[in-house]
Ligand binder design. Structure first.
Ligand code: FES
Length: 100
């Protein structure tokens, strides 16, 4: 099921924002014009990834510096060991829809 979470105008290139997807905390990131969605909680010790830094498709956790690929969820740098869950994103007109 896809859930509308934002308008396309609310997701700026190179920026992240936190949204609620059916009760789950999810980050939206516009990396180079593509919108990605991934669970907001860092798999290391639970910090908010939306509060981190986005460079290209890499998000850096603000707490201990773990890095994740926002397209796949893969860990690029520890201390985190487990990937974050990524969710499907669809753009329909001016709406951003994310897999619940
Ligand atoms: S909580 Fe994210 S790196 Fe530690």
């Amino acid at each position: 099921m896809l859930v509308r979470v934002a308008a396309t105008k609310d997701v700026a290139i190179g920026q992240m924002r936190f949204v609620d997807v059916a009760g789950a905390k999810v980050s939206l990131a516009d990396a180079d014009g593509h919108v990605f969605a991934f669970d907001n909680i860092c798999t290391h010790q639970g910090c908010s990834l939306a509060g981190g830094e986005l460079q290209g498709t890499t998000v850096t956790c603000p707490c201990h510096g773990s890095q994740f690929d926002v397209a796949s969820g893969a860990v690029l740098r520890g201390p985190a060991l487990r990937p974050v869950r990524c969710r499907s994103v669809q753009i329909q007109g001016e709406d951003v829809l994310v897999e619940a």
